[in-house]
Design a protein around this ligand. Structure first.
Ligand code: SGN
Ligand code: CA
Length: 539
């Protein structure tokens, strides 16, 4: 086990509340045995555009959809910082990145942060985590865990466990589910409520589907997004200089599975990343080759006459085939878990959440990846089922965030949250009490720059109607979007006289929300200093 150096001091109040909560009895609600189980399902980079409860133009996900059909679909859920480990830190701590300290994928997680699983464990919940954490640390507050090291692998993945590392042969999404079901069947203690974190690696890059799915998905063709050929005309530098364009930055070998031999023969310059297929065994590789070698042959013949736009479309289709192919396995496996809960009569007293660590671009604005506060990576899927509490088939348009999970789970468990958590419990929304929800804006701050994909540092505020973003550090640029009139965000109206009043209002709101969440330029400068200290940027 690896734990990072403790660098943060506890707030006295949070220690006090933590100890009070740790005494074991729920503070409100019913007796301990009746407290609901919590199943938190999170995938990595799962775009809401690829869940049929949101839209079925790309894929059918009947099992994930079940959670919304039997519960609530959130149409306005977002993240506070659209990147993996920071999102997970926000979820666990209920605090924005600038306060929990995990601003990017590179910095260590400060393990003196108090997380909601620790609080639940101390109050009598049995806790388990299976799958991708991507933290650099082992999780605290879990009776049992088996997690992938770092990003993990799709085929024959290695797992970190408290007893040491182990490698399991097979396909990662199936294996994570097997581990989860094995725990439910053999080690769940029926006298205790449980928190189960079931965390998929899929559909993260480099998008390797299971054999049963690539056979089907490599034959499909998908509709093109409206903004595939976006020219970023009204934007500032950040959108123009980001390195996540499908045509220019998606890697033919690593991402599109074009063989190095074919790339060499065609004399194409391609970035060299590691071999995505390197962990496959001989039989997995030969099954793969049987499907992907003919695709390579076709590409070899077609490439010489392809112009840029044809190549863009070809790369987009290849991207979607593999990305969505990995989601097919996630959906099937979510179905296995839901069926198990039904079969064991656990569904009635179990809250099931499905979400992603952030959204993702599926060709919108010509992109893959995430990081920006623009819609597709800011918005994240969120579906929650809680039988007898949530009216089945309901939707919520309220602005909720990954920041809210910790307090939601604590309230469901009847525990008063530490006062320094910054989210809001979603319980009133789940119970249909919209009048008890008064949030009118959400805050966002992204830090990981300079880094892969070159998305500049920015912070911003979103209301239901508008979004104001400030890009800083090596630029000082503002963007304003009218979310209702311009849902695709192709028209930056900052400094447009028609929006002068709105611009002013949004700037004032941004100042207020930064104060409310305790973010500031001086904190941002401190986080920039970390990059300077490491020599990643000039002092
Ligand atoms: C890897 C990927 C990036 C991705 C980051 C962060 N490159 O570095 O494309 O943005 O992860 O993703 S890869 O060559 O390793 O595939 S995150 O979800 O973990 O934040
Ligand atoms: Ca992610």
């Amino acid at each position: 086990m690896r734990y990072m150096k403790h660098t943060r001091t506890y707030s006295i109040l949070s220690i006090f509340i933590f100890l009070v909560n740790a005494c074991g009895e729920p503070k409100t609600g019913t007796s301990k045995t009746k407290r609901p189980n919590l199943v938190f399902i999170m995938s990595d980079d799962h775009a809401y555009q690829a869940i049929s409860a949101y839209s079925d133009h790309l894929i059918h996900t009947p099992n994930i959809d079940r959670i919304a059909n039997e519960g609530m679909l959130f149409n306005n859920a977002s993240v506070t910082n659209s990147i993996c480990a920071p999102s997970r830190a926000v979820i666990l701590t209920g605090k924005h990145s600038h306060l929990n300290g995990k601003i990017d994928n590179l910095s260590p997680f400060d393990t003196t942060n108090i997380t909601f699983p620790q609080i639940l464990q101390n109050s009598g919940y049995q806790t388990a985590m299976f799958g991708k954490l991507h933290f650099g640390n082992n999780p605290k507050g879990f009776d049992e865990f088996k997690i992938l090291p770092g990003q993990g692998d799709y085929y024959n993945p290695k797992f970190i466990t408290p007893k040491g590392d182990t490698t399991i042969t097979g396909y990662v999404t199936d294996i994570i589910t097997d581990l989860t079901l094995d725990w439910l069947k053999k080690r769940r203690r029926p006298d205790q409520p449980f928190l189960l974190m079931y965390l998929h690696k899929a559909p993260h890059r480099s998008w390797l589907p299971a054999e049963r799915h690539y056979k089907e998905y490599t034959k499909k063709t998908f509709p093109l997004p409206k903004t595939l050929f976006d020219d970023y005309k009204t934007r500032g530098e950040a959108a123009k200089t980001a390195e996540m364009n499908i045509l220019d930055h998606m890697v033919l070998n690593y991402d599109n599975k074009v063989l190095p031999g074919v790339i060499g023969e065609l004399q194409i310059e391609d970035r060299k990343l590691h071999d995505p297929l390197k962990r496959m065994n001989a039989s997995q590789k030969s099954a793969w080759d049987a499907i992907y070698n003919p695709i390579n042959e076709e590409f070899k013949n077609a490439y010489p006459t392809m112009g840029d736009s044809t190549l863009m479309v070809w790369k987009y289709q290849r991207y979607m085939q593999d990305y969505l192919g990995t989601i097919a396995a996630v959906d099937e496996n979510v179905g296995r878990l839901l069926d198990y809960l039904d079969d064991e009569n656990l569904s009635d007293n179990t809250v099931v959440v499905y979400t992603s660590d952030q959204g993702f671009y599926l060709g919108e604005h010509g992109w893959f990846d995430k990081r920006f506060m623009y819609e597709e990576s800011f918005k994240t899927p969120l579906l929650i089922r809680w039988p007898n509490k949530i009216t089945p088939g309901t939707t919520s348009e309220e602005m909720v965030q990954n920041l809210d999970f910790a307090q939601t789970f604590l309230e469901i468990a009847g525990i008063i949250p530490p006062s320094d958590m910054q989210g809001k419990s979603l319980v009133p929304l789940l119970m249909g009490q919209k009048e008890k929800w008064d949030r009118d804006a959400v805050y966002y701050h992204y830090y990981e720059y300079p880094a892969e994909h070159a998305v500049k540092r920015h912070y911003g505020i979103a209301t239901k109607k508008y979004k104001l973003i400030h890009f800083y550090y090596d630029v000082d640029e503002w963007e304003l979007y009218d979310r209702e009139k311009d849902p695709n965000e192709t028209n930056n109206v900052y400094n447009n006289p028609e929006y002068a009043k709105i611009q002013l209002d949004m700037k004032l709101k941004l100042d207020t929300i930064r104060k409310k969440y305790k973010d500031s330029d001086s904190l941002s400068n401190g986080y920039l200093q970390l990059y300077k200290d490491k020599g990643w940027i000039k002092p």
